[in-house]
Design a protein around this ligand. Structure first.
Ligand SMILES: Nc1ncnc2c1ncn2[C@@H]1O[C@H](COP(=O)(O)OP(=O)(O)O)[C@@H](O)[C@H]1O
Ligand SMILES: [Mg+2]
Length: 251
């Protein structure tokens, strides 16, 4: 399966948890090599996957403000290319790149333009890409130029949450991000039983419902213990649900 997937949604709804489970699915089901992109400024996809990383693209951009000016045009590109290669956290079946915090004051135009190209070029080396993104996917549209095959808009199991998800879906379009397919994932649904009010709110938004992920005690227990969510068992409810969703995307 070869695919570019992005998760989006407001903070705390489960984007990172779901992204990690998607990466693991792809690695196990013919989607490797996978590029996992942590595009949330509060980066913690690495923790969900149980790995560490050395540098973020944001840190490279920050460093290169001064470094790059000492170099000529071609050398600037090569330098940034090399730094991004170094920043890739290489794992079995996937690599992680962390976008990091947005830029502070100063001129980053050159570094931004080059880094955008780098991510775009880098993506060509992978069979599938999973982007853990913050609401609006600014990083995807402006920083990486990636086109999304499937946008997973994640919501909690509330009417307000679903309406927020719908606004975020509109925001992604306003940012000019190309999205081929999208679906709503309602996460942390008690007992996997969606309340009638939430179901009605989803219908009002017109968003296609892609998955209903039950509240999963194993996810909560992992988090409480500081253990990677990616280590939840093969039969954990949240994992089974995301695996089913991913199986469905193949069709
Ligand atoms: N299906 C689930 N069942 C139980 N807890 C969950 C579930 N999905 C996510 N969580 C918990 O919710 C919290 C927020 O999840 P996270 O993936 O970090 O959200 P986000 O990336 O959207 O901010 C975490 O503590 C996570 O362990
Ligand atoms: Mg997150």
């Amino acid at each position: 399966m070869s695919y570019t997937i992005a998760t989006t949604g407001k903070g705390g709804v489960g984007k990172t948890t779901i992204s990690a489970l998607m990466v693991q699915y792809l690695v196990a089901n013919g989607g490797a090599p996978v590029l996992a992109v942590d595009a949330d400024s509060n980066a913690n996809l690495n923790e969900a996957l149980g790995i560490s990383y050395d540098a973020s693209v944001g840190a490279i951009r920050e460093d290169s403000k001064t470094e790059v000016n000492k170099l000529s045009g071609v050398a600037k590109n090569d330098y940034l290319d090399m730094r991004v290669q170094e920043a890739l956290a290489e794992q079995n079946g996937y690599d992680l790149i962390v976008m990091g915090r947005p830029e502070g004051p100063g001129c980053y135009c050159f570094a931004n333009n080059v880094l955008r190209d780098v991510i775009k070029r880098l993506s060509a080396n992978y069979k599938s890409i999973v982007v853990d993104s913050e609401a609006g996917c600014e990083h995807i549209s402006r920083r990486t130029l990636l086109e999304i095959d499937f946008l997973a808009i994640v919501s909690d199991c509330t009417v307000r949450g679903v309406r927020t998800a719908s606004r975020i879906s509109d925001l992604v379009d306003e940012m000019g991000t190309k999205v081929r397919r999208r679906g709503l994932i309602v996460n942390r649904v008690p007992g996997g039983e969606m309340p009638e009010g939430v179901r009605a709110a989803i219908e009002e938004t017109g968003l296609p419902l892609a998955a209903v992920v039950p509240t999963d005690e194993s996810v909560a227990a992992m988090d409480a213990g500081g253990i990677a969510i990616g280590d939840i068992p093969a039969n954990a409810a949240a994992r089974v649900c995301i695996n089913n969703l991913m199986d469905g995307l193949k069709a």
